[in-house]
Design a protein around this ligand. Structure first.
Ligand SMILES: Cc1cc2nc3c(=O)[nH]c(=O)nc-3n(C[C@H](O)[C@H](O)[C@H](O)COP(=O)(O)O)c2cc1C
Length: 200
């Protein structure tokens, strides 16, 4: 456990960093959520209706997990992970879930939460963190294509508009061309999800 948390040491720089956020002190939950840094204090914007939203509103806390696993991004978007994929971490004597396979994670306390009709916006303060492994990883377009495809797939699921389906399929082509084994598996998973979504 680190004393003072420097976000850069955990790979969180300015702009939007895509992480898998784990929440819930009784039932662990995981979902991709962007950590937004524009000025000094980071924040998250979480849309109503998700388990992540309910857990953050209840516990005022979240763990942002850093991972390059494309399959985890797809699975945690369209379902939840198995209980044995979480590890419970004790922070000030409360147990919060983190991802076993994360490269590292940061526990954030939500300092100030604003609610509007669509979402909550929480200013978050890093309290604790752990680096499990820190490998060099050159950017792979296939991984980012999976991230793009997954985001478009959530929009397709929400709206059933063909343009999102096409964007998903285009990105899956790229994932299959540039990705490794994991990206190809994530692409297959997403293709299955898309083919059973919005059936008329
Ligand atoms: C790369 C990526 C980033 C995402 N970022 C956010 C975000 O910042 N805020 C949000 O509300 N949803 C975001 N989502 C969508 C949620 O992950 C999605 O709605 C998820 O199903 C919520 O799951 P839950 O009900 O288990 O919390 C993102 C999805 C992806 C694929």
């Amino acid at each position: 456990m680190t004393e003072e948390i420097n976000l850069e040491n955990f790979g969180i720089f300015d702009g939007i960093s895509e992480t898998i956020v784990t929440t819930g002190t009784t039932i662990p939950n995981a979902a991709p959520i962007g950590i937004i840094r524009k000025d000094e204090k980071p924040f998250v914007r979480v849309y109503k209706g998700s388990d992540t939203y309910a857990n953050i509103a209840k516990n005022n806390a979240l763990i942002a997990n850093i991972t390059y696993d494309p399959i985890l991004f797809v699975r945690s978007t369209f379902g939840n992970l198995n209980n044995n994929e979480f590890v419970m971490e004790s922070i000030n004597e409360v147990k919060y879930p983190a991802l076993k396979e994360a490269l590292g994670w940061i526990f954030f306390r939500c300092e100030e939460i604003q609610y509007n009709s669509e979402a909550l916006v929480a200013r978050i303060e890093p309290i604790a963190g752990k680096i499990n492994k820190s490998p060099l990883k050159a950017p792979n377009r296939g991984f980012f294509a999976i991230i793009e495809a997954t985001v478009h797939a959530t929009r397709y699921e929400l709206t059933c508009q063909d343009k999102y389906r096409e964007l998903v399929l285009e990105n899956l082509k790229l994932a299959e061309k540039c990705g490794g084994k994991q990206e190809k598996e994530a692409a297959n998973l997403l293709r299955d999800i898309i083919s059973s979504t919005c059936i008329k």
